[in-house]
Design a protein around this ligand. Structure first.
Ligand code: AMP
Length: 132
């Protein structure tokens, strides 16, 4: 069965899309731990990120870098953190989390309530800063 991320990639499920190319997509995490918390997903359905080939893994990291740079420029956090977990959705992905305060914990634990309108707005703001 297709993963939820494959369904997003195929347009069967909506997302707050930031950017995509032929091989990767970035969209907002629906349970953000901070405003702008994003996911970078290779379109190829592979469960474990470290099972990607070297070249595909490198492409994924470079795509993530472009999204992180856009987040840095548009949201102006102190910096953007990165988390690899993948226990919930069996489709390789990278979490990018803007860090706004030095005391902010960069972990997936505590979700922040962000309205749908604000999610749409944030995706658009980050998207405008992406240089693929
Ligand atoms: P993990 O697999 O532990 O890295 O976590 C998967 C992440 O995907 C969680 O932070 C979820 O909030 C997020 N997530 C699950 N479904 C969706 C969706 N439909 N759109 C955006 N994010 C999602």
């Amino acid at each position: 069965m297709a993963t939820i991320f494959t369904k997003i990639i195929q347009g069967e499920i909506p997302c707050y899309k930031i950017a995509e190319n032929d091989t990767h997509i970035a969209f907002l995490d629906i349970n953000p731990v901070a405003e702008g918390h994003s996911l970078v997903v290779p379109k190829k359905e592979v469960d474990y990120l470290f099972d990607l080939s070297d070249s595909h893994f490198a492409e994924t990291m470079l795509f993530a870098k472009k999204i992180a740079r856009a987040m840095d420029e548009t949201l102006k956090p102190i910096r953007t953190g990165i988390i690899l977990d993948g226990r919930e959705v069996p489709h390789a992905h990278i979490h990018l989390v803007p860090i706004y305060k030095s005391t902010q914990s960069v972990s997936l634990g505590k979700k922040n309530d962000v309205s749908k309108e604000r999610m749409k707005e944030i995706a658009k703001i980050i998207s405008a800063g992406v240089k693929l």
